[in-house]
Ligand binder design. Structure first.
Ligand SMILES: *[C@@H]1O[C@H](CO)[C@@H](O)[C@H](O)[C@H]1NC(C)=O
Ligand SMILES: *[C@@H]1O[C@H](CO)[C@@H](O)[C@H](O)[C@H]1NC(C)=O
Ligand SMILES: *[C@@H]1O[C@H](CO)[C@@H](O)[C@H](O)[C@H]1NC(C)=O
Ligand SMILES: *[C@@H]1O[C@H](CO)[C@@H](O)[C@H](O)[C@H]1NC(C)=O
Ligand SMILES: [Cu+2]
Length: 163
């Protein structure tokens, strides 16, 4: 009985590890939710969105910008972000941005006065570069799944032979 409880304990631990692995899978955030990337209804819209949604942004996660009409996604320095400085760069919608390193990022739209009207936000990427890359993460998930299946098998096998 004692060994059987021990095996149940191991099974619980392995399932917990499996779920932790699932939680570290990369996430794609759609900027602005249903508004997309547009001139917002007020100047706090995107900063509120970023504060609400990007608190746990990890290395490997992405932002998807999605718009109609004329907008630009520009990643700029903090000084240019604060000043809404126009920089020349452009992209077509949808545009997916995957931050390459941990740190702070500053995003503005450089079309007309969109930045001044609040089409801007900043966020911080957390997570160490020692974390497994995406492909390794999914193979780790597979090995965790294998561990669960083999543990379950051993548990059933011992349960049968004990009865
Ligand atoms: C963003 O993309 C999704 C899926 O492609 C689409 O359904 C949605 O209408 C787009 N939103 C905007 C604001 O373009
Ligand atoms: C900004 O607009 C959003 C969406 O309409 C609204 O939910 C939010 O309360 C507004 N914020 C301010 C400070 O007016
Ligand atoms: C992310 O990193 C920033 C700056 O390093 C830190 O202030 C913040 O607490 C971190 N957030 C999380 C969720 O780890
Ligand atoms: C701030 O923006 C104004 C207008 O675009 C520009 O003339 C000025 O040089 C900028 N200042 C800095 C420090 O970038
Ligand atoms: Cu714009």
């Amino acid at each position: 009985m004692g060994s059987r409880m021990g095996l149940i304990g191991w099974l619980v631990i392995v399932v917990a590890i499996l779920q932790l692995r699932g939680a570290t899978a990369e996430t794609v955030y759609t900027v602005g939710d249903s508004l997309g990337w547009a001139v917002p209804p007020n100047t706090s819209y995107y900063s509120t969105w970023a504060t609400t949604n990007l608190q746990t942004f990890l290395l490997g996660d992405s932002l998807e910008f999605n718009w109609t009409g004329t907008h630009i996604v520009a990643e700029v320095s903090k000084a240019d972000y604060d000043n809404c400085t126009k920089v020349s760069s452009g992209s077509a919608s949808p545009f997916k941005f995957t931050p390459p390193t941990v740190g702070s990022y500053y995003i503005i739209c450089t079309v007309d006065d969109h930045c001044e009207r609040g089409q801007k936000f900043s966020f911080t990427v957390n997570g160490s570069s020692a974390e497994p890359p995406t492909s390794a993460a999914s193979s780790l998930t597979l090995s965790a799944l294998f561990a669960v299946m083999s543990t379950t098998f051993i548990y059933l096998f011992l349960g049968l032979s004990l009865n």
